[in-house]
Design a protein around this ligand. Structure first.
Ligand code: AKB
Length: 317
């Protein structure tokens, strides 16, 4: 019987992925963990335990005791927050991955670990960025994700650890608040539209970034984790693409439903981060190897969020 550990379950991705895992397995088989004890209230549908991923002993003891068969290691410091405390971001992002990979090696556990478009940098081809190309990330988050990809491939090649990974674009969902990422303006903007407030964007109006609606990201993650082993040919991390848009375009998409919604542009340090990332991604390897196909475009995402976020708002107070 599968037993699944989710680390960093209360974050943007974990909040929705944990539910999807429980739907697929059961609440008894899935344990959500997070450093934030208050997150307990979010996870009344599965097991929950407080866990600081930097506490190596606590994680090691938990894995030995529970005999997990899969670990989804989602805890990370994202791009914008990472730039404010680079050494801490490096320590958390790297040390926790190495602990998880080592535990996976010892106990034969399958691992999911998210990478990001942040692995790319200013010398990467910006349009339709290929799976294999120049990668010169210039944020500590991107550097940690690129190094992490190398470690994942290393543990697969040297020790046969079944580790799988996706390079997520900016993920947009309505079930959690922005989490310190450069792409998170595209989460915040919907909250402002619904609150009837104007939105001040920290990126310029024509900044294109690869993005994905959360249901597509959840589907990609579960599809990859359930693909037969021999179909998972890339063990660093797969390029993954849904849509690409600029702040101006997401504003226009929202205007269809909220015609008075105002936006202004005040680019800050996050503009340089966004400018170093691709405009669009070539994910043909994921499509060919394990049949990836996305569903949502910008307007379909906007319609779904604007239909569901107002009722969901009560979870954030
Ligand atoms: C961020 O903006 O830091 C993240 C990412 C693209 O990985 N959303």
């Amino acid at each position: 019987m599968e037993k699944i550990l989710v680390i960093g379950a209360a974050g943007q991705l974990g909040s929705e992925l944990t539910q999807a895992l429980v739907d697929r397995y059961s609440g008894e088989q899935v344990m959500a963990t997070d450093i934030n004890a208050a997150a307990n209230s979010k996870f009344d549908f599965c097991r929950f335990q407080v866990l600081d991923v930097m506490d190596k002993k606590a994680l090691t003891d938990l894995v030995a005791k529970e005999k997990f068969t899969q670990i989804y290691h989602l805890a990370a410091i994202l791009s914008a927050t990472g730039e404010k405390n680079p050494h801490f971001a490096w320590a958390l992002n790297m040390e926790s991955l190495l602990t998880v990979l080592e535990l996976a090696k010892i106990h034969g556990i399958k691992v999911y670990w998210p990478s990001s478009i942040a692995v790319f940098g200013p010398n990467t081809p910006m349009q339709n960025t290929p799976q294999h190309c120049v990668m010169d990330p210039n944020t500590v988050y991107g550097i940690s994700k690129q190094a992490g990809e190398r470690w994942c491939e290393y543990y697969f090649q040297k020790y046969g650890v079944d580790v799988r990974s996706l390079r997520y674009p900016g993920l947009i969902g309505y079930k959690s608040l922005p989490g310190g990422g450069t792409t998170d303006y595209a989460v915040d903007i919907y909250h402002k539209a619904i609150a009837g407030e104007a939105f001040e964007c920290f990126l310029s109006e024509k900044t294109y970034l690869p993005m994905m609606y959360m249901p597509d990201a959840i589907k990609a993650t579960l599809d990859l984790m359930h693909a037969p082993k021999e179909q998972v040919k890339i063990r660093s991390s797969y390029n993954l693409s849904g849509m690409s848009f600029s702040p101006k375009e997401i504003h226009e998409s929202i205007l269809r439903k909220y015609p008075d919604f105002k936006i202004s542009y005040q680019p800050d340090f996050r503009q340089a981060i966004a400018d170093s990332w691709p405009d669009s991604i070539d994910d043909s390897a994921a499509r060919a190897d394990w049949g990836w196909a996305h569903q949502y475009d910008l307007d379909a995402m906007t319609d779904d969020i604007l239909a569901n976020l107002p009722a969901y708002m009560k979870h954030f107070v």
